[in-house]
Design a protein around this ligand. Structure first.
Ligand SMILES: Cc1ncc(COP(=O)(O)O)c(C=O)c1O
Length: 512
């Protein structure tokens, strides 16, 4: 080995030791936190993607003290400097159970100590258990499940199985639909911005306006007339990325009828809507529709492990039964991921997360819709079902101001420069009512500030640039609304008043 290679290896060993020390640390001193933030900015800029730092402007504009995530519980989390945030984003549906749900963490730890990965040859019992459990809560005769590690892989598998089961190769998907970013799922994608750089994609995917059953019927009819064989129609029960677009109640039942009439499979992409997000266990349950294939991912791992699945009945599974090597993956459905998903399903059912999403979604919408009407120069409309809510603004610039205004007030929400005209509110389903109140209060403050209206009460100001002294964590209640305590920061004094909950988050996560 050359001297240059030697010194590179020694440097990498020293660096890996330094990184491992941080991974193993339960808490950080102020100076260590500042160093971590600087290191993270440098690493992202030089070795991940400098464009990401520009894109996430609302998070990074604090310069040396950019927001670097550290730990959380439920819908509250802290960054490396101990600053507290409310999570109104929920990892785009990943964190339905909140940050680090204890039951999921415990199940994964137990499995981790026993055997984290499968032999590939013997029978790994967590996979069998999860397949049993997951298919027991899906509608109809969907008795088989295959596990992968992401949503896009679940879609790829669903497409491949649909082709094999029907002997056909075409698909119908929706304009502005989102199904992932690998070749097959990207072909279904209904947004030019994401598709164009990867073209040519699959040539026999036909897009129709979302929620328009007549357009789908016409497309199926045309395909039949001209000899384009369609294997399946792929749709989200409620469109997520497009901004929580809810179809009319007759859409999914008609879709089912049309697919039956034309001998085409129906694939429901429940990667984002599944496991309670929209106020029902599965999005399609709102309309009592049984699809031929359901895809799931994101929340399925409880926000602790990555896992995805596609689930179908015997007809769709036939090729796979005949040849078990028709579809394989080395890590998909590993014991850690399955343990997480088994615990997740237990939590979703025992804590009635679909019911919680329905009630909390109604609660949020009841205040959000009138707010959007009051600020009609900012908002175009509010859409959504359960805790998948879309705020639609007149333009992207206005949307970005709302997102960054909320972030400065300690609320994490989706939406940044390129796509801020529509911003989702998608918090953990376990979010508490006082946290919902706090998010809506801070939203109202943001809107007031944007429209130049006098701000009543304290202006909540999140310190993007951290104060020099160590962060104090006094409990503080504004005594408004349902008497809930709220975390907020007053602009005048610049001092920080965190909720007792935030203190608990810190001490809980440090204790683990
Ligand atoms: C409906 C839907 N399908 C598929 C995907 C892709 O999932 P993943 O990012 O895990 O590949 C997403 C991601 O946002 C999604 O919302």
């Amino acid at each position: 080995m050359s001297t240059q290679q030697d010194s590179k290896i020694s440097h990498a060993i020293a660096t890996s030791r330094k990184y491992l020390d941080i991974i193993h640390s339960k808490s950080l001193e102020r100076a260590q936190a500042e160093e971590l933030i600087r290191m993270t900015l440098r690493n992202f800029s030089e070795h991940y993607n400098p464009g990401f730092l520009d894109y996430r402007k609302s998070v990074t504009e604090g310069g040396d003290f950019a927001a670097v995530e550290w730990s959380g519980r439920g819908a509250t989390f802290v960054d490396a400097l101990g600053r507290t945030y409310l999570d109104a984003l929920g990892g785009y549906g990943l964190l339905s159970l909140g940050w680090s749900h204890q039951k999921v963490v415990d199940a994964v730890k137990a499995q981790l100590d026993r055997s984290p990965m499968p032999t590939q040859e013997m029978l790994d019992w967590p996979r069998g258990m999860l397949a049993d459990l997951l298919t027991s809560i899906t509608p109809g005769d969907l008795q088989y499940a295959f596990f992968v590690s992401s949503g896009t892989e679940a879609i790829e598998g669903a497409m491949k199985f649909a082709k094999a089961a029907t002997g056909k190769s075409g698909f119908i998907a929706a304009v502005r639909g989102f199904h992932g970013k690998t070749a097959g799922s990207l072909s279904l994608m209904g947004k030019a911005k994401f598709r164009k750089p990867a073209m040519p994609l699959l040539s026999n995917v036909y897009h129709v306006p979302y929620g328009d059953a007549d357009a789908i019927e016409q497309q199926l009819h045309i395909a039949q007339e001209v000899g384009n064989d369609i294997a399946a129609v792929v749709m989200e029960p409620v469109q997520g990325e497009a901004g929580a677009i809810v179809p009319l109640d007759d859409f999914w039942p008609r879709l089912r009828q049309l697919c039956d009439a034309y001998g085409v499979l129906l694939i429901a992409d429940e990667v984002q809507t599944g496991l309670g997000r929209t106020g029902a266990l599965w999005g399609v349950n709102h309309w009592n529709v049984v699809p031929d294939i359901i895809t799931s991912a994101k929340a399925l791992g409880g926000g602790v492990m990555p896992i995805g699945a596609f689930i179908a009945g015997p007809k769709v599974w036939k090729t796979f039964i005949d040849d078990p090597f028709f579809h394989t993956t080395t890590t998909g459905g590993n014991p850690l991921a399955c343990a997480a998903a088994i615990a997740t399903i237990n939590v979703v059912l025992e804590e009635d997360l679909p019911g919680q999403a329905a009630a909390k979604g109604d609660y949020m919408l009841a205040r959000l819709k009138p707010m959007a009407e009051r600020y009609d120069s900012i908002y175009e409309r509010i859409t959504g079902k359960g805790l998948l809510i879309g705020q639609h603004f007149h333009d992207a610039e206005v949307g970005y101001k709302v997102a960054s205004g909320l972030f400065r007030r300690g609320v994490l929400i989706s939406g940044t420069l390129t796509n801020a005209q529509t911003i989702r509110i998608e918090p953990p389903l376990v979010i508490e009512y006082d946290e919902i109140d706090a998010i809506l209060d801070r939203l109202e403050d943001t809107l007031k500030a944007m429209s130049g209206a006098p701000v009543t009460g304290d202006v909540i100001q999140f310190p993007v640039v951290a104060p020099a002294e160590p962060v104090a964590t006094n409990g503080h209640s504004r005594g408004k609304g349902k008497g809930h305590a709220k975390a907020h920061i007053t602009a005048k004094s610049g001092s920080r008043h965190a909720t007792r909950k935030a203190e608990r988050v810190l001490s809980d996560t440090v204790a683990r």
